[in-house]
Design a protein around this ligand. Sequence first.
Ligand SMILES: Nc1ncnc2c1ncn2[C@@H]1O[C@H](COP(=O)(O)OP(=O)(O)OP(=O)(O)O)[C@@H](O)[C@H]1O
Length: 664
Amino acid sequence: MRAFDLDTELTAERHHLTESRAALARMRGRAEALFSTGDRVAGDAYTAEQLGRHMARRVKELADDPTTPLFFGRLDIEEAAYHVGRRHVTDDAGEPMVLDWRAPLSRSFYRASVRDPQGVSTRRRFGFVRGELTSFEDEHLDRGEELGTSSRILTAEIERPRVGPMRDIVATIQPEQDELVRADFGDSICVQGAPGTGKTAVGLHRAAYLLYLHRERLRRSGVLIVGPNTAFLSYISAVLPALGEVEVQQATVDELAGRVPVRATDTPDAALVKHDVRMAEVLRKALWRKLTKPTEPIMVSDGSYRWRIDAEPLRRIVDEARREGLPYAVGRERVRARVVGLLQRQSEYRTGNSPSEPWLRKMSKVAPVTEFLDAAWPAVTPESLVAEVLTDPPEGVLSDDERSAIRWAKPPRTVKAAKFSAADLLLIDEAAGLLERAASFGHVVIDEAQDLSPMQARAIARRSEHGSITVLGDLAQGTAPWAAAQWRDTLGHLGKPEAAVVPLTIGFRVPASVLTLANRLLPALGVDVPEAVSLRRDGELAVVPVAEPSDLDAATLAEVTAALAHEGSVALIAADEAVKRLRGHLDAAGIENATPDDVESEARVTVVPATVVKGLEYDHVVVHEPADIVAAEAKGLNRLYVVLTRAVSRLSVVHAKPLPGPLG
Ligand SMILES: Nc1ncnc2c1ncn2[C@@H]1O[C@H](COP(=O)(O)OP(=O)(O)OP(=O)(O)O)[C@@H](O)[C@H]1O
């Protein structure tokens, strides 16, 4: 009898899904019709373009992804049932068929509990396979039933094989995650979470949530996601579009600051100095020291009359503009405008008439005015300021050794010919920020933030000055030479020193056995962070010692081949210098393989250099010679911690050398 009831229920739910899909198709049809007639109804070209863009976006937002169901849950509140899904769907009369997961009512889907039922009598979660409903699971909160993390549907979602890019987690956001996702727009937050606790997922869902709640405001100012490298950004790039959000920008910090191409490489010592926050001070001083006190009057003739401004009022103008704290280039123009203002007043006094616009324009460009400006408040470009500092690093802030580390061995003949490094681009960006204010995004999500250098953090701060930020990271995974040991410093450089630091500790990726191995490294990493507790009991861990170093590659190949017998993605992670050789072995063995940058590839095996694996995950991970990964860089143990925490189901560690540090 009960089975029959369940069947009937499931049939009814499937029917509701079919109806909802049909309603969504009609919504899209209406949007498409408006899109094609938009330019005819709009009054002018500008309105037509605006409307066209709006409608094109709307059509995209209403796309139906047949591989995911339109709803994944249901709330019974009083007599009504509300289906919760990826976006609002309404019937032809405008009645809701599916509620957007971000709507206020949907919040109870994630947060209601027996202790605080929020009016919910039953919460239903749906199981699905490729967009079709296959099962459901009820929690009768009013009868004291609550599944929490023992939900079968949650477990199945966490344990599913990972294929392709990252997916959204709307169906199974956990209460501690939901609290972060729905934090107020104005709140900047920093999430410290062990590997696989869902930091990236939380950041992306928070972006989607804020866009839903503050759509107009954020459409104007924009939302930006900052990630560590392009492989990572392509891995996460499908999540927001799947949630209907198609207008979010993604960039690495290098891309943000990429005003000129990178054409030089720094020594490690030079890079260290250039990423140091004191470089901001060096640049600021080098810039403002260019101002000089006017000592000569300005004498201008406009053909009919001669005008004169004495040194004293000129000094006052420069001092005043300096005190106003404007960006340098804005200050220079302010001084010019005030000088022209004085000329204008003299002209009015003498002729009794207001001078014409062309006269004012001419006066602002005449040689005596420009010469005065070039002496008192010289024109500077970001590139010229940085070139100057690198040609002859000023004394006062840096030590002599540091100054020599960054000094150009052979200064270029012109600024145009200068070859700048990636770190120089940050200096140029800093200089640009001193000259002019950067436009600010409404919200910026920063992933893997533990690796930001102070100068990188400042580049982001300039772009989020008037907005809020979500900072995601794990101090234990810091591998950059300047990686933070505590969050306060980074948050200060990001311009949000007051942001709350919130921990996430439930691990959704890494199986308990694998996590136990990785956690052995934690005490050696020099940071104070809580360990993750894995929700997953199912994984496998194999440590494979190889007696003869010459057999190491063959043993690694055997592990990769064994992993291919299982469902899901396979990654071979190795020290960067071994990647090419290992790919050669795979090719020779006829095993199709790709690099993580190649998102289009169908190959099941990805060969990943240890330095780009941060943020990524694979079902089966084969790690090649951990000792070499550790030896390759100063923070090698932190790198190994990252490498060991990429596996969703199985981890094999193949080694001929002794296992490093606390693992040995
Ligand atoms: N509530 C959840 N339900 C289902 N899956 C989840 C949930 N939270 C996280 N996951 C999954 O766990 C995995 C790890 O999440 P994510 O990459 O966001 O973690 P992270 O904290 O950023 O990890 P890392 O620090 O290693 O980069 C992803 O596959 C994600 O989809």
